[in-house]
Design a protein around this ligand. Structure first.
Ligand code: SAM
Length: 262
């Protein structure tokens, strides 16, 4: 393939067929499905998704890939590609033309925008049944972290509210061209059927960002602009206090805090 990879677009293409197959299998795609793929690149993974899914909708920012993709996916009739920045799209209106019972997102993500993509997908409120993504290994470890570990952060708590996170498998940097400087991991986010009651998502999101703002600081310091009496009450009731650090608090406590602060 005569193609100049752009590092700035996270263009590391996966060339190991076994791994591509394993990613598609990890997605557990069921009948009557729509699969969204962010960044098809040259269509390596898309082909496997096309076979497993009823329809595949891809977003690719790099229009230089148009010709390669139309050649590579010539025989894959259930694939539609939108050449645009995924972060700028209104996913809901893009998928309005499809009918489906099961919605998925499967992607070897461009790593420079991993968090914005995940946040966009969750904030879209679309009923993704399962999200199977390849991301940088260190980021994956953060998303799967437990309280009281260095990796545990606001994004961990945020994701855990919505999903159970499954570690699928690690992928060596040697499986890509060009070879990146980091190893990767494939994880699946599996929608939780029973979520904790949350009064206001925006309050929850803001609380998480503020609580983890300075990781070494206590809740008293990070939440000094909140009503500390209310915060303290919830913390004490759960066996913590204002000197606790955010990284020690489990999801349930953040949810209770969000439901009780103004
Ligand atoms: N799916 C291919 C594979 O597995 O070999 C390529 C994956 S590569 C890691 C990431 C892809 O995302 C690239 O094709 C890149 O051009 C595309 N991309 C980068 N930023 C994007 C954005 N904002 N919206 C849509 N696609 C983007």
């Amino acid at each position: 393939m005569d193609f100049k990879f752009k590092k700035s677009l996270g263009q590391n293409f996966l060339i190991d067929k076994n791994i591509l197959e394993k990613i598609a299998a990890s997605a557990c795609i069921e009948q009557n499905s729509l699969v969204i793929e962010v960044g098809p690149g040259s269509g390596n993974l898309t082909k496997y998704l096309s076979v497993a899914a009823t329809n595949v909708l891809c977003y690719e920012i790099d229009t230089r890939l148009e010709e390669i993709l139309s050649e590579e996916l010539y025989e894959y009739h259930n694939v539609k590609i939108i050449f645009d920045d995924f972060l700028k799209r209104d996913i809901k209106s893009d998928i309005a033309e499809f009918s489906y019972d099961n919605l998925y997102l499967v992607a070897n993500l461009p790593y420079y925008i991993t968090t914005p993509i995940i946040e966009k997908v969750i904030d879209s409120d679309l009923p993704f049944k399962r999200i199977t993504i390849m991301i940088q290994k260190e980021v994956g470890e953060r998303l799967m972290a437990h309280p009281k570990t260095r990796e545990y952060g606001s994004i961990t708590v945020y994701l855990n509210y919505y999903f159970d996170i499954k570690n699928e498998f690690i992928v060596s940097r040697n499986a890509f061209i060009p070879k990146p400087n980091v190893d990767s991991i494939v994880i699946s986010l599996i929608r939780k059927d029973e979520k904790l009651y949350l009064k206001d998502k925006n309050v929850f999101n803001r609380l998480l960002k503020d609580s983890f703002k300075f990781k070494r600081k206590t809740i008293r310091n990070n939440l000094k602009n909140y009503d500390l009496n209310l915060v303290s009450e919830v913390l004490e009731h759960n066996g913590y206090n204002l000197s606790t650090r955010a990284e020690e608090l489990p999801l349930e406590v953040f949810v209770e805090l969000a439901n009780n602060i103004k």
